[in-house]
Design a protein around this ligand. Structure first.
Ligand code: NAP
Length: 268
């Protein structure tokens, strides 16, 4: 399976497509690769607006599936709806949420929702789509959107950092298991991206577009799709983030956690 992942004229499913990186991934795949897209998120109006834009501007097909990925029944329905009447060739599991603050102040139900969205839905969708993609035998691919926070422990984003460490490890393991079966798995691990995630968590007060290591969602999406079609197993975009990933491999994790704690500690 050496050939590049071909997206042109084929369907790619993208979760978290209503804003930020997911929205730009859909635009990039439609514009630069002529790929059809299944857009997934909770905010239907945003998905419909994007779908219309992609159809009219780039002449691709675009479908919308509304699903709350923290709800197991929505995840099962998403698979059925997405695969009815179309052949999915590629799957990008991008949806994610974070919480910035002391770990002990994260409410239990908010933690559960984060775990269900960032981890459980990703594993469940993998177990549904992997046999489906293997059965089709078209050498498709999956991409998991992780984070540099999955490579380095990030205090004050403790639960999020833990979910992304899982995503990175799970994805790299699946990449090895599935390559002989003709499927590629790409783990994409960006640093900061100027999206609603930073605004919703309050982190936009600390990190903003133009800061070192903070990318625009457009630039980040271009890196992600490039890594995906090249079937990279782990890709960290941007020199600053790549430097951090390198440092994370050589420095003691305790030291790294101490440094990131100093950067992320909220003002009391
Ligand atoms: N922004 C960063 O600094 C950064 C850095 C590294 C990694 N990442 C990762 O990049 C990915 C995309 O994040 P982003 O920065 O683009 O954030 P964003 O703009 O907030 O987008 C998050 C997307 O996930 C969807 N989503 C959230 N909860 C959902 C749920 N329960 N069910 C279905 N969809 C849900 C949202 O759609 P609805 O609200 O419409 O459902 C939205 O489309 C995430 O996995 C994030 O962890 C982000």
């Amino acid at each position: 399976m050496n050939q590049m992942l071909e997206l042109r004229g084929r369907w790619t499913l993208i979760t978290g497509a209503s804003s930020g990186l997911g929205l730009e991934l859909a635009r990039h795949i439609a514009k630069e690769h002529g790929g059809h897209v299944v857009l997934v998120a909770r905010r239907r109006d945003r998905l419909e607006t994007l779908a219309e834009e992609l159809r009219s501007r780039y002449g691709v097909q675009a479908a919308c599936v509304t699903a709350d990925l923290s709800r197991p029944e929505d995840v099962e329905r998403l698979f059925t709806e997405a695969t009815t009447g179309r052949d999915i060739h590629a799957v990008i599991l991008n949806a994610g949420v974070t919480y910035w603050g002391e770990a002990m102040k994260l409410g239990w139900s908010d933690f559960q929702a984060m775990l269900d969205t960032n981890v459980t839905s990703l594993v469940r969708l993998s177990t549904l789509f992997v046999p489906y993609l293997i059965e089709r035998g078209t050498h498709g691919g999956l991409m998991f959107v992780s984070s540099v926070a999955g490579l380095i422990p990030v205090p004050y984003q403790a639960a999020y950092s833990g979910t992304k460490a899982f995503v990175t490890s799970y994805g790299q393991c699946l990449a090895q298991e599935l390559r002989p079966k003709g499927l590629s798995v790409t783990v994409f691990a960006p640093g900061g991206i100027s999206t609603e995630l930073l605004v919703n968590s309050g982190l936009s007060n600390r990190f903003k577009a133009g800061d070192i290591g903070v990318m625009s969602p457009e630039a980040c999406a271009a890196h992600a799709v490039r890594a995906f079609v090249r079937r990279k197993e782990l890709y960290v975009p941007g020199l600053v983030n790549q430097g951090l990933a390198l440092v994370a491999r050589v420095l003691p994790r305790g030291f790294l956690a101490q440094r990131t704690a100093a950067i992320y500690r909220p003002e009391s």
